[in-house]
Design a protein around this ligand. Structure first.
Ligand SMILES: Cc1ncc(COP(=O)(O)O)c(C=O)c1O
Length: 394
């Protein structure tokens, strides 16, 4: 089997919505993965900020194996230990005894749940941000502020206004007593790891208080310790009313969550919402294992420290304008629009990253990354960038 044959089989059988992946991966361990031809890659994308403990982490493998061999699925007609353990853990992590969690299977679904929750306020208007990404189902896509992704699927939900991210004056202008919910990513992930000016989240919180508006933080990409805090908003000392999670939460298994904090004052009642697989014991066993490892190994501090180390290693390279982001969610901003080409060359050189925009390379390695792997990343990145620049200069 080789990558070319796999690509042809993909083309002949899989929907074309993702384009055509050039390599087929078969196994992984920590931050390393191997393709069908036996080539090894250093994975600095982590399934797009999802494999928070890397590939085949023993704690996840053990938890999931044990759970599937014990009780695989029960439906939400029945309670089970994994669901209450994880929901109780969310109360601890959010520091809110009134926190209540709804489990689903993806980030889009978590935001769909938040959208439905917003309707329970009795108001309809919602504010989201231009450039933001909240998912691709019709409700989540209505929140997503990226015209390219929306245009072929209109009409979307009405009464959603998109304001420029980080612009508090624009938010002030848009928000009113009629607003049901404001939803924000603490750092725009898909749009190229854009960090808002310090004070933005706090100012939005104040506006939401003033107009009695639900403040939802989409921590799908920024959550689970990735930014050096559990959910990506804590550095401003604010508390939202709603948090949506996915990606890192399941450590590579499909899991999303919508958490209401006590301040939300709205919650689902029986019959309001549901999902057959939401809260599946196997998937939740992975999440419980993920949280235990993050806590035991102090991986949140590690995300902060290693994030700073990567910034130090990369920021001053010729061709790099800046490295932005927090912890281990970083955007390497290039001085030229060569991110796509660089991503291809890095893949060739055995490094997985993502060209988030024309000039931004996004990295989101597992929190278990080592110093040696950061050195290896920096070495490959530096050399591929220099080669590409030399090529374009000549
Ligand atoms: C901030 C944010 N919200 C929502 C989503 C959608 O998540 P999913 O792809 O699991 O539906 C993503 C995915 O990249 C995301 O980054």
């Amino acid at each position: 089997m080789n990558n070319q044959i796999m690509k042809e089989r993909w083309r002949g059988s899989v929907q074309a919505n993702y384009g055509e992946p050039t390599i087929a991966l078969v196994h992984g361990n920590g931050l390393e993965v191997w393709d069908v031809e036996g080539k090894r890659y250093l994975d600095f994308l982590g399934g797009i900020a999802t494999n928070i403990l890397g590939h085949a982490h023993p704690a996840i493998v053990q938890a999931v194996s044990k759970q599937i061999a014990t009780l695989g699925h029960v439906s939400n007609f029945y309670n089970h230990p994994q669901v209450v353990s994880l929901a109780e853990k969310m109360k601890v992590l959010t520091g809110d005894d009134l926190a209540r969690t709804f489990f689903c299977n993806s980030g889009a679904e978590a935001n769909e749940a938040a959208l439905k929750l917003a309707r329970l306020t009795g108001k309809k208007e919602i504010i989201a941000c231009a450039g933001a990404f909240h998912g691709r189902t019709m409700g989540a896509l209505s929140l997503t502020g990226q015209p390219e992704k929306r245009k072929r699927f209109k009409p979307l939900l009405k009464e959603i206004t998109h304001v420029p991210f980080g612009d508090i004056a624009a938010m002030k202008k848009a928000i009113s007593k009629k607003t049901a919910m404001v939803i924000l990513e603490p750092i725009l992930g898909e749009a190229g790891v854009v960090v808002p000016p310090l004070g933005y989240l706090k100012a939005v919180r104040e506006l939401c208080n003033k107009y009695d508006v639900l403040f939802a933080i989409d921590a799908v990409q920024t959550g689970m310790g990735r930014t050096g805090e559990w959910f990506g908003f804590e550095h401003e000392g604010i508390r939202p009313d709603v948090i949506t999670l996915a990606k890192g939460l399941g450590g590579g298994l499909p899991l999303g969550a919508m958490i209401t904090l006590g301040s939300a004052n709205v919650n689902f009642a029986p019959g309001d919402h549901g999902s057959t697989f939401g809260g599946n014991p196997v998937v939740l066993s992975a999440a419980n294992a993920v949280i235990e490892v993050i806590e035991q190994e102090d991986l949140i501090a590690r995300a902060s420290n290693f994030g700073s180390e990567i910034k130090r290693n990369i920021s001053l390279l010729p061709g790099v304008a800046e490295v932005r982001g927090r912890g281990l969610l970083l955007g390497i901003v290039l001085t030229a629009n060569i991110a796509k080409e660089l991503q291809i060359n890095l893949l060739e050189a055995g490094l997985l990253v993502n060209a988030a925009t024309q000039n931004v390379i996004r990295i989101a390695p597992a929190l278990v990354v080592t110093s040696a792997q950061i050195d290896e990343f920096a070495e490959i990145f530096k050399s591929s960038l220099a080669t590409l620049q030399a090529g374009s200069d000549g």
